[in-house]
Design a binder for this molecule. Structure first.
Ligand code: NDP
Length: 338
């Protein structure tokens, strides 16, 4: 029974060697009579940027830290192997919180979502049909309420969340520009996801000038994934009454103390609304989101690019790779022998 363990709390950029593939633990494939839990075989795992904060010993965060020496936990897709819970039976497919290991015992399975639609790739439940999909939906529609013709900018635009934000905004009739960190990703944005324009932020000396090139009349909606210098430049380019949905600030996650952000007074002068959110507060909207997104997938009005790494042993490098931009699309490690 293999699993991935966090060796110790991490400072700065996480490294593959901060995690260990442990094959020594055993698990019984039959649950005890008294249990109210389920036993699952994990099929796909999800690498997500918020997991970085769980690798630190931070008190008072909205997510609990991992315990050094224990298996990493996170979102995943799994199949029920044994169940002592009346809502789940052997063979059910689920997505939600599970362990980075071959099999997991889930003691409170009420938090899991049952997978009803299997005519789409199961790995999608770590992405477009899972947490990142809901994140794009809530952050764009609930917070920014895009209107036809509005000008939308998305950072980390080729990633798990960003590629969806851009495509949803296009479907809403917006003008959409994305930034990403490689030429390959910029091509994807323009040629696969249908962004109107895209640029490689690493090749721009002056981000303010880059944004002025694509938004001569300013930005109505900014979907914030990166923070730092990009946010400073965006603030200068917001339009009156613009909205900024603060989804994430990945450029700050590995810093001891976040960088200060200049130009915040633009929020005042331009009457901009900047609002943060946590997707976990909005899962009651999941059925509504599924109703919207499933037909879009089936009618090929939306596409989703995944970066699948084979096997649990590839998971540590895949997770660390999020912070250097190694992933092209949603990073999904698969579990062994799947
Ligand atoms: P991605 O699939 O976009 O992967 C992360 C990407 O971020 C990398 O591929 C890289 O792309 C980019 N990146 C990494 N470091 C930097 C940096 N220093 N500066 C700029 N870009 C960087 O991840 P997700 O789509 O899963 O997540 C996107 C954002 O959404 C994250 O900030 C995440 O924390 C946040 N999030 C927030 C949620 C919420 O509830 N609020 C829920 C889910 C995600 P590139 O090559 O383009 O640099």
């Amino acid at each position: 029974h293999e699993g991935v363990v966090l060796k110790d709390y991490v400072n700065g950029f996480p490294k593959e060697s901060d995690m260990l593939l442990d094959a020594s633990s055993t698990i019984s494939l039959n649950l005890p009579e008294a249990s109210n839990g389920i036993l699952v075989k994990n099929l796909y795992l999800s690498c997500d940027p918020y997991m970085r904060s769980r690798m630190s010993n931070i008190q008072g965060s909205y997510v609990e830290s991992f315990t050094p020496g224990s298996k990493i936990t996170g979102y995943g897709v799994a199949k029920v192997v044994d169940s002592r819970h009346s809502n789940f039976k052997k063979g059910d497919l689920v997505w939600g919180f599970t362990g980075w290991e071959e099999y997991s015992i889930i003691n409170a399975p009420e938090t899991l979502f049952k997978i009803q639609h299997t005519d789409v790739p199961l790995s999608y439940y770590t992405g477009i049909l899972g947490m990142p999909g809901m994140t794009a939906y809530v952050g764009l529609y609930e917070i920014c309420a895009p209107k036809k013709g509005e000008r939308v900018f998305v950072s980390a635009a080729s990633g798990a969340v960003g590629q969806l934000v851009g495509q949803f905004a296009k479907l809403s009739g917006c003008y959409v520009v994305g930034s990403a960190g490689t030429k390959e990703k910029v091509e994807l944005l323009k040629n696969k996801f249908g962004f109107d324009e895209a640029f490689n932020y690493k090749e721009e000396q002056d981000l303010d000038a880059a944004l002025k090139r694509y938004f001569p009349d300013g930005i109505d909606i900014y979907f914030e994934n990166v923070g730092g210098k990009m946010l400073e430049a965006v603030l200068l380019n917001m339009r009156l009454h613009g909205r900024i949905s603060v989804c994430g600030m990945i450029s700050q996650y590995n810093l001891e103390q976040g960088e200060g952000v200049r130009n915040l007074t633009c929020l005042i002068t331009k009457r901009v609304r900047m609002q943060g959110f946590i997707v976990g507060d909005s899962y009651h909207l999941y059925p509504k989101y599924m109703e919207m997104v499933l037909p879009l997938i089936k009618e090929k009005k939306i596409c989703y690019v995944e970066d699948i790494a084979e096997g649990l042993e590839s998971a540590p490098a895949a997770l660390v790779g999020l912070f250097s931009g190694r992933n092209v699309g949603k990073q999904v490690p698969s579990a062994p022998q799947f």
